[in-house]
Design a protein around this ligand. Structure first.
Ligand code: IMP
Length: 193
């Protein structure tokens, strides 16, 4: 296998979330990489974000017989013992942001962080993972119309706007996804040359 087969300019992102695809495309462009997208499901094993990303990437790389990335992300709230964490997707669908705000009523320490783990795998190699985090705190109420899911609840550290009040390009400057994708892209480009 040649280097360009191992490290093609275009990488397939496996996700059902269009918001993630748009965010990732903007970030990849900065690195001169192209993002293809496949909306495929894969088994999400019990474990932390890294376990899920590793297993998912390996599973899909073998199934599609090409290099892929997957992402597992979530919001981790300190006062809730880092809940919802790996359950973020389920909690968003069930409790929603209103439910999180109820759990947080009268809570003083509102520290939270978003984490994103990119899993990269090829059919011939073992998975690699890349973690990105952004610290911040939970807002007293939802604010903003941009982004998705927990974005209107999250004030990134040092900002007086929630992710929900930031346009995609602004969020992409320093989001958890920006950081995990950037780590991946730097590592990947280092191997292409
Ligand atoms: P997934 O399992 O990696 O798709 O992500 C888990 C859940 O975390 C998503 O369904 C969202 O509810 C939440 N999440 C992940 N990233 C973000 C983000 O950038 N903004 C808001 N919510 C997010």
């Amino acid at each position: 296998m040649t280097k360009s087969e191992h490290f093609p300019l275009s990488i397939t992102f496996i996700t059902g979330n269009q918001h993630k695809v748009k965010e990732a495309r903007g970030i990849f462009e900065k690195f001169g990489l192209k993002l293809e997208h496949a909306d495929l499901g894969y088994p999400e094993i019990q474990g932390d974000l890294a376990d899920v990303a590793r297993y998912g990437a390996k599973h899909v790389a073998e199934r599609l017989n090409k290099p892929v990335i997957v992402e597992d992300a979530g919001i981790f709230i300190k006062a809730l013992k880092w809940f919802p964490g790996t359950y973020s997707s389920y909690v968003q669908e069930t409790l929603g942001n209103e439910g999180i705000l109820k759990l947080m009523s009268n809570v003083e320490d509102r520290s939270a962080e978003f984490r994103s783990v990119i899993g990269y795998c090829t059919p011939k190699t073992e998975p690699e993972i890349f973690l990105g985090t952004v610290k911040g705190h939970i807002a007293p109420k939802e604010k903003g119309k941009y982004g998705f899911a927990y974005d209107p609840l999250f004030y990134p550290e040092g900002y007086d706007k929630t992710f929900g009040e930031l346009k995609r390009e602004e969020k992409n400057e320093f989001s958890h996804r920006r950081r995990s994708l950037e780590k991946f892209a730097e590592w990947y480009k280092g191997r292409m040359v």
